[in-house]
Write a protein that binds this ligand. Structure first.
Ligand code: ADP
Length: 240
């Protein structure tokens, strides 16, 4: 029976991997096709106006940036899945990481800025990988700024008795329709591209967040707040 279970797990892993490869191929085709289309038009129309040519070049550039982001995200996810031995862990002060993000957001132009309110223990030592830990908070705050339409982000952490921190990252924006709540951690899941203001979103951000939390031995859940907006609640292990 043990053997059967191991076999099943292995098959399941393979299935997920195959699905991911299919998704990636699909997602990469779009920007590549666009770049090719713009370049072909430019090659075949030598007498294009400079303005039009410039705008095509800019569009190519935007698509190439999207490609870069996509490849970067995918490599983060596969690195986490390929096994923890390729990811270094140390004691990281989460408060420092979060404060870095707070000052980055404060530098953003008015229309892309939200107020970040933090309630954190100081210091807040976590055993983990600083790049992955940063990507958790970066993705959550970037998303709140891109999609929530709210004014505030609240980041709060408390020590729970089992050597973990319980952390919430919430916003006071529009939240997400309940039908999507169960899916938003899925890879490439995006809600109505029309409403997303964030250009170049890959649909991988929350998948990275979830994988990073699981990688550190924590759990994550998400819900709509009664007062409006979205709340992510997760745990991360305290460093001894
Ligand atoms: P993306 O790369 O598109 O940002 P994510 O996995 O990070 O992908 O997010 C998935 C979807 O969840 C987004 O497309 C967006 O519609 C929705 N979403 C994420 N965070 C929020 C938020 N704070 N408020 C409202 N919608 C959100």
């Amino acid at each position: 029976r043990e053997h059967n279970r191991a076999l099943h797990e292995q098959q399941e892993k393979l299935r997920i991997k195959r699905q991911l490869t299919n998704n990636i191929n699909h997602e990469i085709k779009t920007p590549v096709a666009a770049i090719q289309g713009y370049l072909e038009t430019m090659i075949n129309n030598k007498d294009m106006s400079t303005e039009e040519r410039d705008s095509f070049i800019e569009k190519c550039y935007a698509h190439s940036q999207r490609l870069t982001q996509l490849l970067h995200d995918v490599s983060t996810i596969t690195r986490m899945e390929d096994g923890s031995n390729r990811i270094e862990c140390e004691s990281v002060d989460l408060t420092t990481i979060i404060e870095e993000i707070v000052s980055d957001v404060a530098m953003l132009p008015d229309d892309k800025r939200m107020r970040i309110n933090t309630t954190l223990p100081k210091p807040m030592p976590v055993r983990g990988n600083s790049t992955l830990l940063l990507s958790i908070f970066k993705n959550l705050t970037d998303n709140a700024i891109a999609y929530s339409g709210g004014r505030d982000i609240y980041i709060k952490a408390v020590e729970s008795e089992d050597n973990f921190y319980t952390i919430t990252v919430a916003d006071n924006g529009i939240g997400i329709d309940d039908e999507h709540i169960g899916h938003i951690f899925e890879r490439f899941y995006r809600i109505d591209a029309g409403r997303s203001r964030k250009l170049g979103g890959t649909g991988l951000g929350l998948s990275i967040v979830k994988n990073a939390v699981l990688f550190h031995g924590g759990n994550i859940e998400v819900y709509n707040r009664k007062v409006g907006g979205l709340e992510f609640k997760f745990t991360l292990p305290r460093a001894k």
